[in-house]
Design a protein. Structure first.
Length: 346
C-alpha cells in the first residue's frame, strides 16, 4: 500500500464535467491498484456527481491527508467548503465556480510542495470563470508556475507515441515567431528528454520541428531555421542528445504518431496541438458530440508533478453522465508512473 503514490486530483470547475470524470475514474478498482487518489475541492459537489451517476461510492470528507482512507469504494475529498450549493448551477460560468476551481488547484500544489502527496492531476477549469473570480491567469500552467516559483517551464502533451512540447503556447502567432530562439529550443528539448526518461524510455529520440513550410527549404521561406533552430539542434547533439531537426512540420507528426520519435518539439501552440488532437480526439457526426478526448497535458520544469486532462469543461453536457473519463484515467496513469520513477531515483 505504501508503495503506491498519493495523488491529489482537483475537481476542476464544479459547473463542468470535472467532478463527473473524477468520480468515473475513481469508480474503477484499477485506479486504486496503481495509486492512492484523493480529491481536492468541495465534498458536496462530489456527492452531487455521485448521485447523478447513480453510483454507490461514498465520500470521506477530510481536512488532513492523514485522515484519508484510500479505500476502493470511498472517495477521499479534501473538503475546502468552496461552493454554496443553494446558488450553484451546472453548465454555467460563475465566479464562485472559478474561485472553487482555483482553490482546489492551489491546495493540490500546497500539498505537493509540502510532500504530503506525490503528484497532482487536474480536471478542467474555465478561464472565464477563473478571471471573473479575480484570479487573472491564462490557465493551470501559469498558476503552477506562480505558486511553485518556477521560471523555466513548458507544456507537454502526451498520448501513446505522440508526445509534444512547445517552444511557446498562449501568445499570438506573430509573437510566437519572435519567440523561436536557440536557448528556448534547447531548454524544451532537454525538458521533454528528461520527461521521456521518467516514462521509462532510456534514450529518447526527439524530433524538432521547423517553423516555416518545408523547414524553410534552405532559407527560401524564412531564416529562423538557419539562425535559431539549426544552431539549437547542433548544440543539443554536442551535449549528447539524440535529436533530428529541423524536420518539416507536415511530416514530423505523421512519423511521430507511428513511433519514429519518442517526443516532438513544436515551435508554437497550434503547430503541436492540432496534430495531437487529430490523433486523440474523435467527433461523432451522428450524435454531434465529441466521442473521445484522449490525451494528457503535463507541465515540465516544476518541482512537483502536474498532469492534466487535455480537454475543457464541456458545460453543454455537464451533469448528464455522458462525459468520458478516458483522459482522466490516462492522466492518473502518467502521474502514478512519474511519481514512482521519481521516488525510486530519490
Amino acid at each position: 500500500m505504501t508503495d503506491k503514490p498519493i495523488i491529489a486530483i482537483t475537481m476542476g470547475d464544479p459547473a463542468g464535467i470535472g467532478p463527473e470524470i473524477v468520480v468515473k475514474a475513481l469508480s474503477l478498482k484499477e485506479t486504486y491498484d496503481k495509486c492512492r487518489p484523493m480529491v481536492t475541492g468541495d465534498a458536496a459537489v462530489m456527492q452531487l456527481a455521485i448521485r447523478q451517476l447513480d453510483s454507490d461510492l461514498k465520500v470521506n470528507a477530510i481536512s488532513n491527508v492523514n485522515d484519508a482512507r484510500f479505500e476502493y469504494g470511498t472517495i477521499d475529498v479534501y473538503d475546502l467548503h468552496c461552493i454554496d450549493m443553494d446558488t450553484f448551477r451546472q453548465g454555467e460560468v460563475a465566479a464562485q465556480c472559478g474561485d472553487a476551481a482555483f482553490k482546489a488547484v492551489v491546495k493540490a500544489i500546497e500539498l505537493a510542495m509540502n510532500n504530503d502527496v506525490d503528484a497532482t492531476v487536474t480536471a478542467p477549469l474555465n478561464k472565464e470563470a477563473l478571471n471573473l473570480a479575480g484570479h487573472h491567469f491564462d490557465g493551470h500552467t501559469e498558476i503552477y508556475a506562480r505558486y511553485t516559483d518556477t521560471k523555466k517551464y513548458a507544456m507537454l502533451l502526451a498520448d501513446d507515441f505522440m508526445r509534444v512540447i512547445h517552444v511557446s503556447t498562449h501568445v499570438s502567432l506573430r509573437q510566437a515567431c519572435d519567440l523561436v530562439k536557440k536557448q528556448r529550443i534547447i531548454d524544451v528539448a532537454e525538458l521533454i528528454t528528461d520527461a521521456c526518461r521518467q516514462f521509462g524510455i532510456e534514450r529518447p529520440h526527439i524530433g524538432i520541428a521547423g517553423l516555416n513550410p518545408h523547414a524553410s527549404d534552405n532559407g527560401l521561406f524564412g531564416s529562423e531555421e538557419k539562425e535559431e533552430i539549426i544552431p539549437a539542434v547542433e548544440a543539443l547533439r554536442a551535449k549528447g542528445y539524440d535529436v533530428d531537426g529541423p524536420v518539416p512540420p507536415d511530416t514530423l507528426f505523421a512519423k511521430a504518431k507511428c513511433g519514429k520519435y519518442d517526443g516532438c518539439v513544436a515551435m508554437y501552440h497550434d503547430q503541436g496541438h492540432i496534430p495531437f488532437k487529430v490523433v486523440g480526439f474523435n467527433w461523432n457526426k451522428e450524435t454531434g458530440k465529441m466521442e473521445s478526448t484522449k490525451g494528457v497535458n503535463i507541465t515540465l520544469g516544476l518541482p512537483i508533478i502536474r498532469v492534466s486532462v487535455d480537454h475543457g469543461t464541456a458545460f453543454d453536457v455537464a451533469g448528464k453522465g455522458v462525459a468520458s473519463p478516458e483522459a482522466m484515467l490516462l492522466s492518473i496513469d502518467y502521474a502514478a508512473r512519474m511519481a514512482l520513477n521519481k521516488n525510486r531515483k530519490s
